[in-house]
Design a protein. Structure first.
Length: 165
């Protein structure tokens, strides 16, 4: 089994019944304000859970809905998620929800079960200090020739607090 990413606020979703397949919307986590993923400052990437029910998308629409015909067109979608499937059930967060994964699917009462899919989990790579320590100096110098990583991690001896008694 390959590694699956947790879904965080800002993850991109699309509905298979949208008239325009390129129409997407982003998840807005409203069920808690406590658990963050891929966010070193803990400020914007809340983890999405199965409690993200109702109108929990930024625009709450995927354009026009093929399941709602009107004359020779379709009514505007009003996305309303009723339940999620394919979530990570081994962890329950403080809001009593389980964590959504990048292959989780949402159900809308107008569409069919699992008609809303996640196309981008919302996480972005944020390199930290350990990434630089693990970098091969030669490769790093090819990518960023202005910085010599070997110089960044030379420890200098400090003689603070030593007295000559």
């Amino acid at each position: 089994m390959s590694e699956k990413h947790f879904v965080v606020q800002g993850a991109v979703c699309k509905c298979q019944f949208s008239e325009d397949p390129s129409k997407t919307d982003k998840i807005k986590v409203k069920s808690h304000s406590k658990h963050y993923g891929n966010d070193k400052d803990g400020a914007e990437k809340l983890i999405a859970t199965t409690k993200e029910i109702g109108q929990t998308l930024e625009k709450n629409t995927f354009g026009k809905c093929k399941k709602q015909p009107v004359g020779n067109s379709f009514m505007v979608c009003q996305a309303q998620i009723t339940k999620w499937s394919g979530f990570y059930d081994k962890v329950t967060l403080s809001n009593q929800g389980q964590i959504l994964l990048e292959d989780s699917k949402g159900t809308c009462p107008m569409g069919a079960p699992d008609c809303i899919e996640i196309t981008d989990h919302g996480q972005t790579a944020e390199p930290g200090e350990q990434n630089f320590k693990n970098a091969e100096p030669m490769v790093h110098n090819l990518v960023n020739p202005m910085v010599d990583v070997r110089e960044m991690y030379k420890k200098e001896a400090k003689h603070e607090g030593i007295s000559d008694n």
